[in-house]
Write a protein that binds this ligand. Structure first.
Ligand code: S3P
Length: 163
């Protein structure tokens, strides 16, 4: 199991898909898993029930996935805000895909499916999350200015060196 964490736009899904292909493992995105579980779009869960309700669903979904079969798992960018999720990540191979806020916003800016992008405190949220990503990570890979191939290659090398 490889778990990818990082801010929105860090490339968790695109890098994760490539890693999964290289490793012959399924790719799972926790956002997709939440949507499948609830039968609702994340945007709707945020709008109707609020962020706290989304975080609770996200926590349960991630706990199930971590206890399930081997996959490459990309977590939603805010999953590490939850202390129980941070705790559940202990003992797993967790890769922090690092990205500058500016480049992250260039990659995903304006996406209506990502309600947190409209948070007026987005920059503060980014700064608060950085130590959480770093705290759960067993490997940190910079992605700013780099393409998916280069990042995936460094993840594979880094994990091999750590094992
Ligand atoms: C969120 C990031 C999203 C998704 C939700 C909230 C966040 O995932 O979980 O919109 O709080 O940063 P991605 O990081 O895959 O965009």
């Amino acid at each position: 199991m490889i778990v990818l964490v990082g801010f929105m736009g860090a490339g968790k899904s695109s890098v994760g898909r490539l890693l999964a292909q290289r490793l012959g493992l399924p790719f799972v995105d926790s956002d997709d898993a939440v949507e499948q579980r609830t039968g609702r779009a994340i945007r709707d869960v945020f709008a109707t029930d609020g962020e706290a309700a989304f975080r609770a669903l996200e926590r349960e979904t991630i706990a199930d996935l971590l206890g399930g079969p081997d996959v490459v798992l990309a977590l939603g960018g805010g999953a590490v805000e939850d202390a129980a999720t941070r705790e559940a990540l202990r003992g797993h191979d967790v890769v922090y895909l690092e990205v500058d806020l500016e480049e992250a916003l260039q990659r995903v800016g304006g996406d209506a499916e990502r309600p947190v992008l409209r948070d007026p405190q987005l920059a503060a949220r980014y700064r608060t999350r950085v130590p959480d990503y770093a705290g759960v990570a067993t490997l940190v890979v910079p992605t700013t200015g780099r393409d998916v191939e280069a990042v995936a290659g460094e993840v594979l090398t880094g994990l091999a060196a750590a094992s």
